[in-house]
Structure formats: structure tokens, C-alpha cells
Write a protein that binds this ligand. Structure first.
Ligand SMILES: [Zn+2]
Ligand SMILES: [Zn+2]
Length: 73
């Protein structure tokens, strides 16, 4: 039953991994906002508060944070 909607916008949370990249467990995860990175993490596993799940803040996983950090130098 594949319903096709008019919009082709990919919902990242639907295609992202549904386990935490750090502890390989499921649950409430936040997804890296970097490009097409689909890594998901527990906020706690990356030193964040659970409130980031309900806020609109952009978050980039450590891997990509380092990449963009090096680009800036
Ligand atoms: Zn975790
Ligand atoms: Zn990432």
C-alpha cells in the first residue's frame, strides 16, 4: 500500500537509522542534520539533554562536526 503524495520531500526521520550509533539501542533518537547523514543518536549518548528532541535546533553528529570544524581552519 504505497501511497504517493504530491510532495516528494524526504522525511529524514523515516529513512534514518532507528538505533543509536553509539550504543546500538533504539528509543528516542535525534538525527544528524548534516547533508544526507542518517546516523541517529540518543541525546544522552552525545551529551545532550532530552529537550533537543522537541526543539528545532540543528544538530550535527561528532563525525561531521569535526569535518566542518577542519574546513573552517
Ligand atoms: Zn545511545
Ligand atoms: Zn552526521
Amino acid at each position: 500500500m504505497a501511497k504517493k503524495r504530491g510532495k516528494t520531500t524526504l522525511n529524514k526521520s523515516e529513512i534514518a537509522e532507528d538505533w543509536c550509533f553509539e550504543c546500538k539501542d533504539g528509543g528516542k533518537l535525534m538525527i544528524c542534520d548534516y547533508g544526507d547523514c542518517l546516523k541517529a543518536y540518543h541525546p544522552a549518548c552525545v551529551g545532550k539533554d532530552d529537550s533537543v528532541l522537541t526543539s528545532d535546533i540543528h544538530w550535527i553528529c561528532g563525525k561531521h562536526l569535526n569535518l566542518s570544524f577542519f574546513k573552517q581552519i
